[in-house]
Structure formats: structure tokens, C-alpha cells
Design a protein around this ligand. Structure first.
Ligand SMILES: [Zn+2]
Length: 72
């Protein structure tokens, strides 16, 4: 079985990790406190810095040149 991806797999020069709160709709880049942390673990530990909810999800956004852009 393949190990889950860790933060290290997503070069900060190429990817932005955005956290989204299901409760209040807040979104912000996720702090990369531990490069070896698995993405599923990170999602489980995440809590919203605005309302404190743990109903958070993550989107990994490719930001390198030639990638796509995104809007709110
Ligand atoms: Zn929230």
C-alpha cells in the first residue's frame, strides 16, 4: 500500500495548500509546520483560525508557471 503524501511532496514553490472551513467559509493558506506530516493527518489536526471548527478541508493548488489560476 502506498504511503499517503506528505507536505514534502508538495514543493512550496509550486503548490499552495489552502484550508477551507465548512462552518464559516473561511479559507487561508495552511501553515507548513511539519514537512513530514501526512496530508490526511494534517486535515485531521486542522482547525479554523476564525471560528475554531475542525470541519476543515484542504485543497492543494498548483501555482507554478503554466498552472491554472483560481478565483474566489
Ligand atoms: Zn470557521
Amino acid at each position: 500500500m502506498r504511503n499517503p503524501n506528505t507536505l514534502r511532496d508538495f514543493d512550496p514553490a509550486k503548490f499552495t495548500l489552502m484550508g477551507f472551513c465548512a462552518e464559516c467559509g473561511y479559507s487561508a493558506p495552511v501553515n507548513r509546520v511539519d514537512e513530514d506530516m501526512a496530508i490526511p493527518t494534517l486535515i485531521r489536526l486542522l482547525s479554523c483560525s476564525r471560528c475554531g471548527s475542525q470541519a476543515c478541508s484542504i485543497r492543494i493548488i498548483y501555482t507554478a508557471v503554466g498552472g491554472y489560476s483560481y478565483g474566489y
